[in-house]
Design a protein around this ligand. Structure first.
Ligand code: TYD
Length: 221
């Protein structure tokens, strides 16, 4: 018998959610692609939770203010890494895991890779140390898929425009290290990543993301 049930969250069932992270440097176009993917999935009948780091919870919004909007030098490097990890711990425990338990598709604008790229690689605090900190914080919750939108430091700067937070103000060589940090992570686990050239046409990028997510949903159902 052919199962005619539409591929809704209900069909995915409790504990069968899907976790997707969208990553990339500042100005890579993550938010646009995350929103477009979410809209498409909702149109397909999935329950979608759209969230972000830092600042996906009330505590996170306070931490976000502290870490992004202070003066230069207001947060030491290790404190910065710990604040992002604290934001992530609370976000996963109170928002992401409960939604996955309900069988929803969770799309987060930034996750663990951002810490590895910004604090681990660009601030040189250590790739493995920073990753392990977040693994501890999240009780080892790794996305089913990480979409990496890869852009050059120069292009990111142009796209960000005039408003800059504490990290966006860093020089291009910082953003070059961020970019390389993301690419290194993707190279370690190519099957769990979709790496796209963020300079490309937004419609085409959205289509490529949809294709990959469709495959994952097919496998998971
Ligand atoms: P945000 O305003 O959310 O920008 P974007 O739209 O680029 O995501 O700023 C988040 C900033 O915080 C961004 O510069 C990247 C940085 N960040 C880290 O350095 N480490 C992290 O773990 C996370 C989640 C973000």
């Amino acid at each position: 018998m052919i199962d005619q049930t539409p591929p809704t969250a209900a069909r995915r069932g409790p504990g069968r959610g899907l976790f997707i992270a969208v990553e990339g440097g500042d100005g890579a176009g993550k938010s646009t692609q995350a929103r477009r993917l979410g809209d498409w999935l909702e149109g397909q009948g999935y329950a979608v939770l759209h969230t972000r780091e830092p600042g996906g919870t009330e505590l996170g919004r306070t931490l976000r203010e502290l870490v992004l909007h202070g003066e230069d030098g207001s947060v030491s490097e290790r404190a910065e890494a710990l604040i992002f990890a604290a934001d992530r711990a609370h976000h996963v425990a109170t928002v992401v895991r409960p939604a996955l338990e309900r069988g929803e598709v969770v799309i987060t604008d930034r996750y663990l890779d951002s810490s590895v790229a910004y604090q681990g690689a660009a601030r040189a605090l250590g790739h493995d140390e920073v990753r392990e900190l977040s693994m501890w914080a999240t009780e080892r919750l790794v996305p089913d898929l990480t979409v990496l939108l890869d852009v050059s430091a120069q292009q990111g700067r142009v796209r960000r425009g005039q408003v800059h937070d504490r990290l966006e103000r860093e020089a291009d060589d910082f953003h070059d290290r961020v970019r390389q940090g993301f690419l290194d992570l993707a190279a370690r686990e190519p099957e769990r990543y979709l790496v796209l050239d963020g300079h490309g046409d937004a419609d085409r990028l959205a289509e490529q993301v949809r294709e990959r997510v469709s495959l994952l949903l097919g496998e998971a159902s």
